[in-house]
Design a protein. Structure first.
Length: 320
């Protein structure tokens, strides 16, 4: 781990040029069954269950229970707090932190920026869920404050990733210039995942400039999830549409991503969480009769889905 908490300016300064270099993406190919990345995914699932790492959360009031229960069902340990000093102090024993800006209180505007700067100074890994990015001046100000002390992983829907790239001035074509099909939409996405591809790649490269060991990732949730470290773009199809019928599916995915970040690198953490959620939600849909029973079945499936099932999920890869 690097001892220098300052950004890698050679990486972050190339963001403007990156936006001009994107052409037609290379063809995606299935990840081989024996690919080393699959081995890392399986190891992450097993390590969380073997070591029960603590990943603390500063998360949405509406979904805090599901976030904690999902982290526990995946095999980790949860701690929830809204006190800045408590979050900063707990980071000394937590292996990772999750911050979700879904519901805001007045003091969050200053508190969240201070928390991010403290985590950055400590080189502590953390996950950001930029819920409803682009909606309102206060939310945008909070997200802007993260630009100079950014997370290790950003996880959101396509509209949130595009909006956050605009807030951070990452010079992604159309990011921040919202149209009828590209605009902030509260907690729901109005953009498809592919439309956020360039924003995700550029954002991942930007995050790497600040991250310990220069490793970071961006995860975009949708019908087919997209995960990138800035070099490779992975797509993970599958999952259940019932996830859209319960509150907190995305929020809890962010929390579980932090659970995996506690034991592995950012790319593997994001891939593992996405694959686990796809397989567990499919199993829960088969076992349930509606949203209420689905949520219960989903937690059970997070608990019982094996490392082999997660690691052998359908995944394609292409050069960024």
């Amino acid at each position: 781990m690097s001892t220098d908490a300052s950004p890698d300016t050679s990486s972050s300064s190339s963001i403007v040029d990156d936006a001009k270099r994107f052409g037609t993406p290379t063809e995606a190919t299935p990840l081989a069954d024996d690919d080393h990345q699959r081995e890392l995914i399986a190891q992450a699932v097993d390590k969380v269950r073997d070591t029960t790492p603590l990943a603390q959360s500063f998360t949405n009031f509406v979904t805090i229970n599901l976030v904690a229960n999902a982290q526990l069902a995946a095999g980790g340990t949860a701690a929830m707090s809204y006190l800045p000093d408590d979050i900063i102090d707990t980071a000394a024993i937590a292996k990772a932190t999750y911050i979700n800006v879904g519901t805001l209180l007045p003091f969050f505007k200053d508190a969240l920026g201070n928390i991010a700067r403290s985590l950055h100074a400590a080189q502590h890994p953390w996950v950001l869920d930029p819920v409803a990015a682009g909606i309102g001046r206060t939310r945008s100000a909070i997200l802007w404050a993260f630009r100079s002390a950014p997370p290790t992983i950003v996880r959101g829907n396509a509209s949130e990733i595009i909006a956050l790239a605009g807030i951070w001035d990452l010079n992604v074509p159309s990011a921040g210039a919202h149209t009828d099909t590209t605009r902030p939409a509260g907690v729901e996405a109005v953009d498809d995942v592919d439309s956020a591809r360039d924003a995700a790649v550029i954002m991942a490269r930007y995050l790497r400039g600040y991250a310990p060991n220069h490793r970071a990732a961006v995860a975009v949730s949708g019908a087919t999830d997209l995960v990138t470290d800035g070099d490779t773009v992975y797509r993970l199809p599958g999952g259940s549409e019932m996830m859209t019928k319960i509150t907190g599916a995305g929020c809890s995915l962010g929390g579980v991503t932090a659970t995996y970040l506690a034991v592995t690198d950012p790319l593997t953490a994001a891939l593992t969480a996405s694959a686990l959620y796809n397989r567990a939600s499919e199993e829960a849909e088969r076992a349930s009769n509606g949203p209420g029973s689905f949520q219960t079945a989903f937690l059970d499936a997070l608990w019982s889905t094996t490392a082999q099932t997660v690691s052998q999920s359908p995944i394609t890869a292409e050069a960024a």
